[in-house]
Design a protein around this ligand. Structure first.
Ligand code: FAD
Ligand code: DHB
Length: 391
C-alpha cells in the first residue's frame, strides 16, 4: 500500500489529522490497532478549548458538537469551605470552553472519514516505523492476520503513549523529561444531572475532587486516590460519600445529587515530554510525544494543536515548496506543549494533597489559591491557560 501521509493511531490526533489532510486534498491512510467500538467508547477527556472548537468547526465536524455540546464560561474553585468562580470571557476577551466528550469527537471524526475520506483501518496494528531518515518512510503493520507495509512520503505517529512510532527516533537523539505523581484519579460516570452548572475543582484536607459532566443528565466526577488503587475496591456509596466530604462548603444551597454509577476507572498521573517531536520524515503528535496530568484538561487539546501545526506545514510545503514549517514543527509544538505542561503541573500541585504533604505544603497551596482568587493578574493567567493559548 502507498500513501502520502501514513497515520499511526485513530485517537483524536490521528483522526483529526486525516480530516484536515482530506479537506486539503492530501491523501492519507490511518492504521488503528483496536476495533471501532473500543475507540468510540474509551472514556477520557471532556473539555475542548476555544481553539479546538474552532478547528473542529472549520474542519466540518462541528455540527453535532454545536447541537449537543455545552459551552462553559467559567469554572469554580473550592478550598477552605469557600467557593470562587473564575469568569473566562471577562478575563480573556471572550474566550470560553466546551464540554463535549472525546468519545463524541472521535465518533464524529470516524463517521466523516468513513463517509468520504481515505482508508481508516481498524484492527491494523503498526509493528514499526522504518526509514524515517529516507525519502520513503514506511510503516510495517499487521491486519487481518497478514503482515503488510505502508509506503509513505511522511509518517505521523499519533499512537499514544504506548505506541511504536516514538521508538523509531534513535535513543542517541532522544531526550525525555518526566515526572510521576504518587496519586491517580478515580473517574466515574453517573446517570444523574450535574449538581452544578459549571465544573468544580476542589482542594481539601482529604485530597482533590472534580465535578464535571457529559450532558444535562450525566455527571462525570473524579477523586484523587493513591496511585495503585483498584477501582473495584470503591463502592458507589463510598465514592459519593467521599465526593460529598471533599466538596463540602459553607453554603446552605449546595447539595451533591447522587445517582447510579455506570462506569468506574483509575487514571495514572504523569508529566512526560519527548524531544524532538520530529525525526526525518517521522513526526510525533499528541500523547505519542507528551503526557500531561489531567488537571486542567490539556491532553486532547494539545493533540489537536500538534496535528493542526503539521497539517499547516505540509500544506505550505505543497503550495509554496517551502519546508520551513515542517523543519520547525518540533520547536513550534514544544513551545505550546511546555506551556501546557507548566499549567497542568501547577494545577495538579496546587489542588492535590501528596501523601507526604507537610503543614508548610498545605499553607503554600492555600496561599496560591488565595492569590489566584484575589489578584486579577493571577486569575487571568489561569483563565488564559485553561481556555487555551492560540494555535
Ligand atoms: P490516543 O487517544 O491515546 O490515541 C492513540 C491511538 O493509537 C489509540 O486509538 C490506540 O489504540 C492507537 N495505537 C496505539 N498503538 C498502536 C499501534 N501500534 N498501531 C496502531 N494503532 C495504535 N485528558 C484530559 O484532558 N482529560 C481527561 O479526563 C483525560 N482522561 C484520560 C484518561 C486515560 C485513561 C488516558 C489514557 C488519557 C486521558 N486523557 C485525558 C488524555 C487524553 O485523553 C489524551 O491526551 C488524548 O487521548 C490524546 O489523543 P491522541 O490521539 O494523541 O492519543
Ligand atoms: C474533565 C477532565 C479533566 O481533566 C478536567 O480538568 C476537567 C474535566 C472531564 O473529563 O470532564
Amino acid at each position: 500500500m502507498r500513501t502520502t501521509v501514513g497515520i499511526v493511531g485513530a485517537g483524536p490526533a490521528g483522526l483529526l489529522l486525516a480530516r484536515l489532510l482530506h479537506n486539503a486534498g492530501i491523501d492519507s491512510v490511518v492504521l488503528e490497532s483496536r476495533d471501532r467500538p473500543y475507540v468510540e467508547q474509551r472514556q477520557r477527556a471532556g473539555i475542548l478549548e476555544q481553539g479546538t472548537v474552532d478547528v473542529l468547526r472549520a474542519a466540518g465536524v462541528g455540527a453535532r458538537m454545536d447541537r449537543e455540546g455545552l459551552p462553559h464560561d467559567g469554572i469554580e474553585l473550592r478550598f477552605d469551605r469557600r467557593r470562587h468562580r473564575v469568569d473566562f470571557p471577562a478575563l480573556t476577551g471572550g474566550r470560553r470552553v466546551m464540554v463535549y466528550a472525546q468519545t463524541e469527537v472521535c465518533k464524529d471524526l470516524i463517521a466523516a472519514q468513513l463517509a468520504d475520506g481515505g482508508p481508516l483501518l481498524f484492527e491494523a496494528e503498526a509493528l514499526a516505523v522504518e526509514g524515517a531518515e529516507t525519502d520513503r518512510p514506511r510503516v510495517r503493520f499487521r491486519h487481518g492476520g497478514r503482515e503488510d507495509v505502508l509506503d509513505c512520503d511522511y509518517v505521523v505517529g499519533c499512537d499514544g503513549f504506548w505506541g511504536v512510532a516514538r521508538k523509531a527516533v534513535p535513543a542517541a537523539l532522544s531526550r525525555t523529561y518526566e515526572r510521576t505523581y504518587p496519586f491517580g484519579w478515580l473517574g466515574i460516570l453517573a446517570d444523574v444531572a450535574p449538581s452544578h452548572d459549571e465544573l468544580v475543582y476542589a482542594r481539601g484536607e482529604r485530597g482533590f475532587a472534580l465535578l464535571s459532566m457529559r450532558s444535562p443528565s450525566v455527571t462525570r466526577a473524579y477523586l484523587q486516590v493513591p496511585a495503585d488503587t483498584d477501582a473495584a475496591d470503591w463502592s458507589d456509596d463510598g465514592i459519593w460519600d467521599e465526593l460529598d466530604r471533599r466538596l463540602e462548603v459553607d453554603d446552605p444551597h449546595w447539595r451533591l445529587a447522587r445517582g447510579p454509577v455506570t462506569s468506574k476507572s483509575v487514571t495514572p498521573m504523569r508529566s512526560y515530554v519527548h524531544e524532538p517531536m520530529r525525526h526525518g520524515r517521522l513526526f510525533l503528535a499528541g500523547d505519542a510525544a507528551h503526557i500531561v496530568p489531567p488537571t486542567g484538561a490539556k491532553g486532547l487539546n494539545l493533540a489537536v494543536g500538534d496535528v493542526v501545526t503539521f497539517a499547516r506545514a505540509l500544506i505550505a510545503r505543497r503550495d509554496t515548496g517551502d519546508a520551513t514549517l515542517l523543519d520547525t514543527y518540533s520547536e513550534t509544538c514544544l513551545r505550546r506543549v511546555w506551556q501546557a505542561e507548566r499549567f497542568s503541573y501547577a494545577m495538579t500541585t496546587m489542588l492535590h494533597r501528596a501523601p507526604d504533604a507537610t503543614a508548610f505544603d498545605d499553607k503554600i497551596q492555600l496561599a496560591r489559591l488565595d492569590r489566584l482568587t484575589s489578584a486579577r493578574a493571577a486569575e487571568t493567567d489561569l483563565a488564559e491557560a485553561y481556555t487555551g493559548f492560540p494555535l
